[in-house]
Ligand binder design. Structure first.
Ligand SMILES: [Zn+2]
Length: 413
């Protein structure tokens, strides 16, 4: 049951939008407690329709308008843009039309890991390479909460091979373009691509930044399974990518011989570890090019999150909304709990056809009373909407604060 193929999409989407899309939650989120009455109305939405038809600069003043439009147009993709200083529908008539607020967003995609991904490439993913995403979520989530103090963070599976992160704290939404760039660059140690040259340079003879140290610790926890066992980065014909990160020729040659003497990534890594440590500890730092942080640099090079920072820097960059249906996989772009990311398996995320089947199945044995329940509660989408509800409940605390501040302001008159 429930298997999905892309040609079914046009038939299933009307039912999804009619019965399952969580309109009230979605609009509650984007209204942000109506602290600013125009917040929703000034937001840009964009729909992609079948046949590469893009509808940009759409706006909605309330849930009913949004709901009617979705049901009528059945977009294969919904994108969320910035909040502007006026309604996006009026943008051609306004001379100073400009984005004023926007969630701080991050986009991570497994295709940016293709140079360190040996199990799959391109659009395909499996449990093994998904672990890169797990590591990315842990590292980014801890940096955003501990280094920046953000607490309203929504993590969403993109439906195929990536994840999106929406930082929704009032302070994050108010960040200027320049501040967004600074945050994105602070968080970018490694960029994706095919180059095998070293991108991480910690310059660390004495110590590295605490945020980087924390990232190393997270990577270390899963390094053996992810990089050595599953991705086999020191496998035959692969170890050069690692050795190329070492600048001292004598050390590199010695390691090359060591690699040949052993036959698994795990034993090769252990040998490399002790040889490199010996080397950096017994030579004066002025007489070697390899730094004491080299092992950390290697781990970061292979497993640190690879961000598409253009998405984070731009205030008016569009990003796919949660609860879209991925047109190729049929999977729902569901929110997930970052603290339970180890348990998140993208292959278990429900597809639109599966959800519709689940409703039918439920209905066939349900009592009259049970049939009255909202349709999503009859399906496995319920758990994902619960995650979204928890996020909204936490977000509600920030609205309260803002509303109190606002009423204090008006009291002063
Ligand atoms: Zn894979």
């Amino acid at each position: 049951m429930g298997s999905f193929s892309p040609e079914m999409l046009q038939e299933l989407l009307p039912q999804y939008y009619k019965r399952l899309f969580p309109y009230s939650h979605f609009i509650k989120w984007l209204s942000y407690g109506n602290v600013d009455k125009n917040y929703l109305a000034h937001r840009e939405f964009s729909f992609t329709l079948e046949g590469d038809i893009y509808l940009r600069y759409l706006t909605f003043t309330n849930q009913a308008e949004f709901e009617t439009s979705l049901k009528k147009k059945c977009p294969i993709k919904i994108d969320i843009g910035a909040v502007y200083n006026g309604r996006a529908t009026e943008h051609q008539r306004m001379t100073n039309f400009t984005p004023v607020e926007r969630e701080l967003v991050f986009d991570i995609d497994l295709t940016d890991y293709d140079d360190v991904r040996n199990c799959c490439s391109g659009a395909s993913i499996c449990e093994k390479c998904w672990r890169y995403m797990t590591v990315a979520v842990k590292i980014l989530n801890s940096a955003l909460t501990e280094d920046f103090g953000f607490s309203n963070i929504l993590w969403v599976y993109s439906g195929r091979r990536g994840i999106h992160c929406w930082v929704c704290d009032p302070a994050a939404r108010k960040l200027s373009g320049q501040a967004r760039s600074a945050v994105a660059e602070y968080l970018q140690l490694v960029s994706g691509g095919d180059q095998v040259t070293r991108k991480v340079n910690l310059k660390g003879e004495t110590g590295v930044h605490p945020s980087v140290e924390r990232a190393v610790k997270i990577i270390k926890d899963g390094f053996q399974q992810l990089c050595l066992e599953d991705q086999d980065i020191l496998g035959n014909g692969r170890w050069n990518k690692v050795l190329d990160l070492i600048s001292d020729t004598d050390l590199k040659n010695d390691l090359e011989q060591t690699m040949q003497k052993h036959n698994s990534s795990v034993t090769r890594w252990n040998e490399l570890n002790s040889k490199v440590s010996d080397y950096v500890n017994t030579r004066d730092w002025k007489k070697r090019k390899t730094s004491k942080a080299i092992l950390k640099e290697i781990m970061l090079q292979f497993a640190y999150p690879r961000l598409d920072i253009a998405v984070s820097k731009g205030m008016n960059h569009l990003l796919k909304a949660p609860f879209c249906v991925h047109p190729k996989t049929g999977r729902i772009c569901v929110p997930f709990d970052p603290l339970l990311v180890d348990k998140f398996n993208p292959e278990e995320v429900p597809t639109v056809s599966q959800l519709l089947d689940e409703i039918d199945k439920f209905t066939s044995t349900a009592t009259e009373e049970q049939k009255k329940m909202k349709d999503y509660k009859k399906t496995s989408l319920k758990v994902c909407i619960n995650v979204f509800e928890d996020f909204l409940a936490n977000l509600g605390k920030s609205w309260k604060g803002e509303l109190i501040a606002k009423s204090d302001e008006s009291m002063e008159f």
